[in-house]
Design a protein around this ligand. Structure first.
Ligand SMILES: O=C(NC1CCCCC1)N[C@H]1[C@H](O)[C@@H](N2CCCCC2)[C@@H]2OC[C@H]1O2
Length: 329
C-alpha cells in the first residue's frame, strides 16, 4: 500500500507547507503542517478556547463515531521557535493521501501559543520525526508514519517541497521522476527524535565543494536553512548589499541583487540551492529590502536544513534503513 498527498506553500514566502488530513468518521478535513522536526500529531479542536480557535478549522471528537478518549493521557510541546501547545489525547482514524491509520493518537489542543493562534492557515501539526520524540505522557504515542510503516509497500516517505507551487509527500514509494539527479543516501540518526545527518561540505556560486562535515537535521517544519556563522559569512561576502538587521534578526539585502547559489554535499551527491530560492521575501510588503533564506544557527546549537534547502531536492526519509536520500530537483 502507498499514500500520496499534495502540499502547498502557506504564503508568498513559503513560510510553511499545508497538507490536508482527514480525521474521524465522518471525515473532518484539517489543513496541517507536516514537521519532520517533531513527533506529535496535534490539532486545534472543540477543546481549544474559542478565542484562540477563531479562524481555524477544528476537530470535534464528539462528532466522530470512531473517536475514543485516551484516558489519563496529556501532552505538552515547545518548539525551537518558542511556540508551544498542550492538551489531552484521543485516538481516531487518520487518513493522509488515501492511506488510513485506524487508531492514531490525535492530540487535542486545550492551549496554544500566540504564534499558532495567529497562524490561521494551519490547524496543527503532523510530526514525522522518530517516536522517541513524542511528548504524550504517561505513555508516549507513535507518529502517523510509524503506525503506517509496517503496512506501506516500503517503510519510507519522500518530501518534494516547491517554491510557490504544489509539491507532495509520498508514503511507501519513491517517484524518481520528481528528481533530476541520482538519489544519494547517508545514515540518519534518529536518537534525538529528529532526522539527523552529516553533510560533507559546501560551496558558494558553483565553486568546488569545501570538504567539511556539517551535522544537522532535515526539518520540513522550519522555514530557513540555518548553518554555522563561518559558512553564512562566506556566502554573504558575495552579496554586496548584505547586512545584519537587528530588528529582523537576520541578514537582509537589496531585493534587486542577483544572489549566488549555495551547494552542499550529501550521500555522494551535490545539492545546489539556486540564488532565487535564497531570497526568501521582502522584509515588509512592498519593501526593496529582502530577507535571506540562509541564516545563522549559532544561537540554536544545531544546524537545520529547513524548507529553503529541502526545496532544492527530493528527500527520502527511509525509516527501514535508517537513512536519508537526497536528489537534486
Ligand atoms: O520551531 C521550529 N523550528 C525551529 C526554528 C528556529 C531554530 C530551531 C528550530 N519549527 C516550528 C516552526 O517555526 C513553526 N512555524 C509556525 C509559523 C509559520 C512557520 C512555521 C511550526 O510549528 C512548530 C514548528 O513548525
Amino acid at each position: 500500500q502507498t499514500g500520496s498527498a499534495n502540499t502547498n506553500p502557506s504564503d508568498s514566502a513559503d513560510d510553511e507547507y499545508i497538507t490536508s488530513v482527514s480525521i474521524g468518521t465522518p471525515a473532518q478535513v484539517l489543513p496541517l503542517d507536516f514537521d519532520t522536526g517533531s513527533s506529535d500529531l496535534w490539532v486545534f479542536s472543540s477543546e481549544t478556547p474559542k478565542s484562540s480557535a477563531s479562524g481555524h478549522v477544528t476537530y470535534s471528537p464528539s462528532k466522530s463515531s470512531t473517536a475514543k478518549k485516551l484516558s489519563g493521557s496529556t501532552w505538552s510541546i515547545e518548539y525551537g521557535d518558542k511556540s508551544s501547545s498542550s492538551g489531552d489525547v484521543y485516538t481516531d482514524v487518520v487518513t493522509i493521501g488515501g492511506f488510513s491509520v485506524k487508531t492514531q493518537a490525535v492530540e487535542s489542543a486545550t492551549k496554544v501559543s500566540t504564534q499558532f493562534v495567529q497562524d490561521t492557515v494551519i490547524s496543527g501539526l503532523v510530526g514525522l520525526g522518530f517516536d522517541i520524540g513524542n511528548q504524550v505522557s504517561p505513555r508516549p504515542q507513535k507518529t502517523w508514519f510509524s503506525n503506517a510503516a509496517s503496512s506501506l509497500a516500503e517503510p519510507l516517505f519522500t518530501a518534494d517541497l516547491r517554491h510557490q507551487e504544489t509539491g507532495s509527500y509520498n508514503f511507501g514509494f519513491i517517484d524518481t521522476s520528481l528528481a533530476k539527479g541520482t538519489i544519494g543516501y547517508t545514515p540518519a540518526d534518529g536518537s534525538e527524535g529528529y532526522w539527523g545527518f552529516t553533510a560533507t561540505g559546501y560551496s558558494v556560486g558553483g565553486a568546488q565543494l569545501n570538504r567539511n562535515s556539517i551535522t544537522g537535521i532535515a526539518d520540513t517544519g522550519t522555514t530557513l536553512l540555518l548553518l554555522p556563522d563561518n559558512i553564512v559569512d562566506a556566502y554573504y561576502n558575495n552579496v554586496e548589499s548584505a547586512e545584519y538587521d537587528d530588528s529582523q534578526e537576520g541578514v537582509v539585502f537589496d531585493c534587486s541583487e542577483d544572489l549566488p547559489s549555495f551547494s552542499f554535499g550529501v550521500g555522494g551527491q551535490t545539492i545546489t540551492i539556486s540564488g532565487d530560492l535564497l531570497n526568501l521575501t521582502p522584509i515588509e510588503e512592498g519593501s526593496s529590502t529582502c530577507f535571506g533564506g540562509l541564516q545563522s544557527s549559532a544561537d540554536i546549537g544545531i544546524n537545520i536544513f529547513g524548507d529553503v534547502a529541502l526545496k532544492a531536492a527530493l528527500v527520502v526519509f527511509d525509516l527501514g534503513n535508517e537513512r536519508l536520500g537526497w536528489a537534486q530537483k
